[in-house]
Design a binder for this molecule. Structure first.
Ligand code: NAD
Length: 358
């Protein structure tokens, strides 16, 4: 039995609809396993711009820092699209939270449930009945945060962005990947471009070094071009994929598309210690906001990741995952995952269906 503090940021669009279901599931787990989850709501994104004029109010950062974990819906929407870069909900709130909270590792499971295997764009003979890959992406280093600007080059004015990594940054993301692999199938695929990039050669050598701390885990290296190919040719060969910020940005999207269902996929962004931010990988889906048709399962599965990674509640995490699997096995669907012409239920009812299985 434990007490855990969770900052809850509903955000914009379908955010409030889906987070409400995830909160329901959290409370249900609390009842069943005897835990106390204190949930404090905070504003971010467009909702915060409307209320207080900034996408990430200081109070929100405070609430997050005083919590054990953050649950986030999604932010952004057409209403705020014309604001300049820094002031936009996605830039202001998401990048701001990553920076303020020191979230350096992004974990994205690409899980295809047996009951939804026909949604995959990959042939059944390749993908089979199920898939479970974990993409671990470095989130605060590399080319996205390196030195950038304009300068005079051989052909006149040119733009540049620098890819850079330190051993410290590589080692800590490596340990996240190896720790995760120890709880899974004990295989790590490190993706780089070591045939061309110096930063990748450092990446590869640090991965080799950290692997010595995990003798049970098999480490393999792939060049990023090959990794992109292997993901569609033979995705089942992967367990944990670990890679840099930019390669991870691209490969984690590719891996998630293989599963075919954007409304099903959770994510975790982790910092030092056990603190983390948990959110679905999809956006705020303004086209279906407030219509009670959004799929809440990605957010509900994000709660499961929160139990596992921030609270160490492995049984509780599994209870959520199993409940989702049972709901899908019973043929219960929201509109986005229903086959053509099949019956489906609303956001609310899906949250209730998962609670009923816990
Ligand atoms: P999106 O993920 O919001 O939507 C893409 C498509 O998938 C839409 O047709 C949408 O209806 C559908 N969809 C998404 N989630 C769904 C769910 N749970 N259930 C059913 N259908 C779902 O991507 P977009 O349309 O490119 O972006 C919309 C807004 O969200 C933009 O303002 C964008 O910047 C923002 N965004 C936010 C985040 C975030 O908060 N982490 C991530 C991506 C995009």
């Amino acid at each position: 039995m434990g007490t855990y503090n969770i900052a809850v940021i509903k955000g914009d669009g379908i955010g409030p609809d889906i987070v409400e279901q995830a909160v329901k599931v959290t409370k249900k787990i609390g009842e069943r396993f005897g835990h106390k989850f204190n949930m404090t709501e905070a504003l971010a994104g467009g909702a915060a711009i409307d209320a207080v004029g900034t996408a990430l109010p200081k109070e929100t950062v405070e609430v997050c820092k005083n919590s054990d974990a953050v649950l986030l819906g999604a932010v952004g929407g057409p209403k705020w699209d014309n604001l300049p870069g820094e002031l936009r909900p996605e830039r202001g709130a998401l990048l701001g939270l990553r920076k303020e909270l020191g979230l350096f590792a992004n974990l994205r499971p690409a899980i295809m449930h047996r009951a939804l295997s026909n949604a995959s764009p990959i042939k059944h003979e390749i993908i089979g009945d199920s898939l479970d890959i974990l993409a671990v992406r470095e989130l605060t280093g590399g080319i996205y945060f390196g030195d950038k600007g304009y300068r005079e080059g051989a052909y006149g004015r040119e733009a540049y962005d620098v890819e850079r990594y330190s051993p410290f940054e590589i080692d800590r993301i490596a340990r996240i990947a190896f720790d995760a692999a120890m709880k899974r199938n004990k295989k790590v695929t490190s993706v780089d471009k070591a045939n061309v990039l110096e930063s990748s050669r450092l990446w590869r050598s640090r991965m080799e070094e950290i692997a010595k701390e995990y003798p049970e885990v098999e480490l393999e290296h792939l060049y990023v071009d090959n990794a992109a190919m292997q993901l569609v040719r033979n995705p089942k060969q992967f367990d944990v994929i670990v890679t840099s910020n930019m390669f991870g940005d691209i490969l984690s999207d590719e891996a998630s598309q293989i599963t075919g269902s954007i409304g099903m996929l959770p994510s975790a962004s982790l910092g030092e210690g056990s603190f983390g931010l948990y959110e679905p990988i999809h956006g705020s889906a303004p086209d279906i906001a407030g219509m009670n048709i959004a799929n809440p399962l990605a957010t509900i599965l994000s709660v499961s990741m929160m139990f596992k990674y921030s609270f160490g509640l492995v049984k509780e995490a599994k209870a959520v995952e199993d409940a989702v699997t049972r709901v899908l096995d019973k043929g219960i669907r929201t509109a986005d995952i229903a086959s053509d012409g099949a019956e489906y239920i609303g956001t609310d009812a899906m949250g209730d269906a998962v609670c009923a299985e816990i």
